[in-house]
Design a protein around this ligand. Structure first.
Ligand code: SF4
Ligand code: SF4
Length: 207
């Protein structure tokens, strides 16, 4: 298990009450067997393992759990869930943590850790790209990423070989029914705004 930032778990005792606690409660079923970690294809690049993450969620250390890159680099492949003997909804928990962290960054409540800034940028651009084309259009995604991350020449040397292998289309293909597809994003945005409003109201009531 990679523990680059494991000091954080010792220092943080911020217990964060959360409206999604019913999902987080599923982490209570975890008995730390480590099978999820053993099968995770992204474990090499994670700050902490999914097993460690489930432990933090179990302890209600939500703020700390959100501070690691684990939630951002998770590929949602679900291989951890197929291995988990306790049917812990790891991917759903990851997704909630990611949404919550993203919301905080968008609302300016947190800049995000320096190390995850570009991961968050990639996440944002990926969603915008999918919303616009209905599927990923890699050249636009890579171009926007390089531009906004100021890493202008990142991976450009891979472009030609990908192009000649037919992996880098020049003309984007928009899916049929893009309008209906965009409605999904609009509905999510509305839901997100309502949740935000609800959360702020809740916070003011408890001030
Ligand atoms: S869903 Fe995420 S945490 Fe689970 S195995 Fe895949 S990459 Fe790892
Ligand atoms: S496989 Fe399931 S029970 Fe085992 S550590 Fe992972 S989440 Fe916990």
């Amino acid at each position: 298990m990679s523990t680059n930032n494991s000091h954080k778990s010792q220092n943080s005792h911020d217990h964060d009450k959360d409206s999604d606690s019913h999902v987080y409660e599923e982490a209570h079923k975890c008995y730390q067997c480590g099978k999820c970690f053993a099968g995770c294809p992204m474990s090499d690049v994670m700050d902490i393992s999914p097993t460690h993450l489930m432990r933090l969620v179990h302890l209600n250390e939500i703020k700390e759990a959100m501070s690691y890159n684990t939630i951002w680099v998770c590929a949602a492949c679900e291989s951890c869930m197929t291995r988990c003997p306790q049917q812990v909804p790891i991917v759903e928990i990851m997704d909630l943590l990611r949404q919550k962290a993203f919301k905080k960054i968008q609302n300016g409540e947190s800049d995000g850790e320096e190390s995850i800034k570009n991961v968050v940028l990639a996440h944002k651009l990926f969603l915008e790209n999918v919303k616009f084309f209905g599927r990923v259009f890699e050249p636009a995604l890579a171009g926007m990423y390089n531009l906004q991350s100021l890493d202008w020449f990142k991976d450009v040397e891979k472009g030609p070989s990908m192009f000649f292998k037919g992996k880098l289309p020049i003309i984007p293909h928009r899916i049929k029914g893009i309008k209906s597809f965009k409605k999904i994003f609009d509905n999510c945005k509305r839901k997100h705004e309502n949740e935000n409003e609800h959360e702020h109201k809740h916070e003011h009531e408890h001030e």
